[in-house]
Design a protein around this ligand. Structure first.
Ligand code: GTP
Ligand code: MG
Length: 149
């Protein structure tokens, strides 16, 4: 099954947007399989964003992600990776469409409130990085037959 790693970044937690952000994915119809509040160590932030290591903003990005607790989530569903990216909106919140999380709730790339995996492979990789096996939960939501024929 396709899965994606979604994370409310420290600014989203500090601004009280956790419930709002979870709601967007919940209402869409995806299945939550992991959820925790977590203070990210520097090493994990660096591993998570390792593809951006050579970028000039990398140190700022690591400071940002480790600046306070984050909310880590695993979500599952057909097409969840691309759909979550659409719900989140463009990296730069000023370019993000209204109706998206970043379009509605943020103004700056360096404070864009939420992360979403960019491919199914990275979804699996990131869920493996941020969660331990026993922290994930497999279940069948009661609404399942009302979401898909
Ligand atoms: P994520 O879902 O967080 O991975 O964002 P993304 O996939 O939309 O963007 P990308 O993976 O290219 O960059 C990861 C994160 O680095 C962004 O979400 C921003 O928080 C941060 N970032 C990217 N570009 C810049 C930049 O030019 N300046 C600053 N300060 N931060 C940036
Ligand atoms: Mg990314």
């Amino acid at each position: 099954v396709e899965e994606t790693y979604i994370m409310v970044k420290p600014d989203g937690v500090q601004r009280g947007l956790v419930g709002e952000i979870i709601s967007r994915f919940e209402k869409k119809g995806f299945k939550l399989t992991g959820l925790k509040l977590f203070q990210c160590p520097k090493e994990l932030a660096e591993e998570h964003y390792k593809d951006l290591k050579s970028r000039p903003f990398f140190p700022k990005l690591i400071n940002y992600i480790t600046s306070g607790p984050v909310v880590c989530m695993a979500w599952e569903g057909v097409g969840v990776v691309a759909s979550a990216r659409k719900l989140i909106g463009s990296t730069d919140p000023l370019q993000a469409e209204p109706g998206t999380i970043r379009g509605d709730l943020a103004v700056q790339t360096g404070r864009n409130v939420v992360h979403g995996s960019d491919s199914p492979e990275n979804g699996k990789r990131e869920i493996g990085l941020w969660f331990k096996e026993g922290e994930l939960c497999q279940w069948i939501p009661a609404q399942a037959p009302w979401l898909r024929e």
